[in-house]
Design a protein around this ligand. Structure first.
Ligand code: F6R
Length: 246
């Protein structure tokens, strides 16, 4: 595991964008897993700016979304699909047939998750997975207590996560769906490279537990200690509790 600390969220986002673009240049048909959430806003901004400046084509890329709220309609600003479309997908030259999203409205969630796992496997697996982290240590929507071997599935969202994400659902935690379809922790660990971004003091405790604590289902992000190519990209506030930075 590698830890990169930069002074501001924008500096972290720029470094993450640089890493992704380097990988796309090496492998134009890269399979990229994308997350949503406030952390991703400066990252997608930096990615789009740098991509344009450096004339990197994304037309060979394959994209998979990390998760989706159960019942989240695409036109709802809080839905992962809506978020990704607004912040990154509409501005990218990735053909729509190469963009794969979980359908939060699928009548059979289990079948939808199985379809997604199968599609990822057929595509050759995720090369680079972008991740944020919840204040409770979740990755994707794998809340504390999730099996470290879990695959894509329907999972319950904790009250803490519904509260934290309420701002994207009109401010009301009850308006946030109570379940989500999410790549499992095992699915995430199957990605060849994981890039986890975290900003702000509110993430410092989760970041410290993930990096320096025991590997435990109580802190899903701690599973990344078992992954051979993970980079934590942190601003100073998110890194504040770490006793080591390398
Ligand atoms: C969203 C996701 C979540 C977020 C996490 C942090 O697709 O997978 O794990 O990355 O909840 O969210 P923000 O960035 O809003 O603090």
């Amino acid at each position: 595991m590698r830890i990169v600390v930069a002074s501001t969220p924008d500096a972290v986002a720029a470094e993450a964008a640089r890493l992704v673009l380097d990988r796309v240049r090496q492998r134009p048909d890269l399979v990229l897993g994308l997350a949503t959430g406030l952390t991703m806003v400066p990252f997608y901004r930096a990615l789009l700016v740098r991509k344009a400046r450096e004339h990197v084509s994304f037309d060979g890329l394959r994209i998979f979304a990390l998760d989706e709220y159960r019942g989240g309609r695409p036109e709802q600003p809080g839905s992962c699909r809506g978020f990704l479309e607004r912040h990154v997908l509409q501005q990218l030259d990735v053909p729509s047939g190469q963009i794969h999203l979980l359908d939060g409205l699928a009548p059979d969630a289990e079948a939808e998750c199985a379809r997604y796992e199968e599609l990822m496997a057929r595509t050759g697996g995720i090369d680079v997975q972008i991740l944020g982290i919840g204040g409770n240590g979740h990755i994707g929507f794998n809340e504390p207590g999730s099996s470290l071997e879990s695959r894509t599935r329907l999972a319950p969202l904790s009250q803490a996560t519904r509260q934290a994400n309420a701002r994207q659902w009109g401010g009301d935690p009850q308006a946030v769906p109570s379940e989500a379809l999410t790549m499992g922790i095992g699915t995430i660990l199957s990605a060849r490279t994981c890039l986890l971004l975290a900003f702000g003091a509110g993430k410092a405790a989760a970041v410290q537990s993930a990096i320096e604590g025991p590997v435990t289902a109580s802190v899903p992000a701690s599973a990344l200690q078992r992954h051979s190519d993970t980079v934590f990209l942190l601003d100073e506030e998110a890194a504040a509790r770490l006793s080591r930075r390398e």
